[in-house]
Design a protein around this ligand. Structure first.
Ligand code: EPU
Length: 341
């Protein structure tokens, strides 16, 4: 049976993943409408294939050619809904670029998402790993989303409880793995207040002499910090933090502090302690080091980079070597943040 003519074959993915790994998809579809998605998955051949749903490609490590169907979500659109007396409600289609969406909300006079400025990727990917930075997480502003369920062919509406958000985690990384997010809505308090809980951000705002910063000024400050510390994927391939910050028990943290008094740790509401993976990796001497074409970014040890022509396997080998060192020295297991394909 021939493939539907809207499909492309042997399609290069290098420019569709921020690590710039040069692999290809056996079949590729740019999903510009829900109808197109529905008709693709109604084709029995396509429905039976391994499937990769791709947004901005900023949280995955492609280790080889993809043997099935890549669904590149390119759904567009964003609007402000009527909201409630206390909250603005804003909505965007899954394929919108996250940062552009944040900037757009600020331009509409709707604050709230500014701490999440310049995070790579799309709106649809934001709930999957509950993106977070500078003292804010998606889940705090999340209202609901719609997702296409390929198993039933139905569109589901999911609220925050359905999504089971946790640190860099959600139901979409577990039982909800097959769901395809179509659009996401956020609730942002009309009574906006700057969130300066993250010390580095508060200091940077204070240094500019901004006693009462606007949401746009907070966004600009976050952008400046990120530009200083994180590589731009347009210049150097990377997927942001390569490891999650590990969470350990209070006891384990206390034992580590006896041996390593400068250990960076943050107490969590449940009494556990979150360690800084970047600090652990840095202390093991990995900052700026390379293995083949894969390297550790010199300004932030948590970020692995493609120094040019790296394969997914090279990045994986570097990650494994770092994990082994950190486990040996600190007895702490580092868990990768990107999904390995
Ligand atoms: N640190 C080092 N050496 C390094 C990197 C960090 O000693 O090479 C120390 C810093 O001095 C600091 C601590 O580690 O005391 C934490 O560093 P930072 O504030 O840079 O944040 P992070 O924990 O390394 C997390 C997120 C980032 C997010 C920043 C800001 C994770 C896995 N990463 O990084 O998220 O931008 O906080 O909120 O939670 C991403 O997920 O892709 C990402 C970039």
């Amino acid at each position: 049976m021939p493939f539907p003519d809207f499909l492309q074959h042997d399609y290069p993915l290098k420019h569709l993943n921020t690590f710039s790994i040069d692999v290809r998809a056996k079949h590729y579809l740019r999903v510009t409408s829900v109808e197109l998605l529905r008709s693709a998955l109604a084709d029995p051949q396509l429905a039976a294939m391994p499937r990769l749903v791709l947004g901005g490609g900023s949280n995955l490590l492609l280790t080889r050619d993809f043997p099935g169907l890549v669904l590149h979500i390119a759904l567009e659109g964003r609007d402000i809904l009527s909201g409630t007396p206390s909250h603005h409600h804003v909505r965007a289609a899954a394929g919108e670029t996250w940062h552009n969406f944040v900037q757009w909300t600020l331009a509409q006079g709707v604050g709230g998402l500014e701490n999440l400025s310049l995070i790579p990727g799309t709106v649809g990917a934001a709930p999957i790993q509950n993106i977070g930075a500078y003292g804010a997480e998606t889940k705090e502003f999340f209202l609901s989303l719609t997702a296409f369920d390929p198993a039933s062919g139905e569109v589901r509406v999911m609220d925050g409880a359905d999504c089971r958000f946790a640190y860099r985690d959600s139901v979409f990384k577990h039982e909800g793995r097959g769901l395809i997010i179509l659009e996401v809505s956020f609730a942002l308090p009309r009574a906006w207040q700057a969130n300066l809980r993250y010390a580095e951000l508060a200091n940077a705002v204070a240094q500019q002499g901004l006693a009462a910063p606007t949401a746009q000024q907070v966004a600009d400050t976050v952008i400046a910090i990120r530009r200083r510390k994180l590589p731009d994927p347009a210049d150097i391939g990377n997927a942001g933090s390569f490891f999650k910050n590990p969470v350990v028990s209070a006891e384990q943290c206390a034992q580590l502090l006896e041996k390593f008094p400068t250990l960076v740790h943050h107490r969590q509401p449940d009494g556990s302690e979150k360690l800084a993976a970047g600090w652990l990796i840095d202390q093991c001497g990995w900052k700026g080091k390379s293995m083949g074409a894969a390297g550790v970014y010199p300004k932030q040890a948590l970020v692995l980079v493609n120094n040019g022509g790296a394969t997914g396997a090279e990045v994986q080998a570097l990650a494994a070597a770092i994990q082994a060192d950190v486990a040996q020295r600190y007895g702490v297991a580092l868990e990768p943040e990107p999904v390995f394909i």
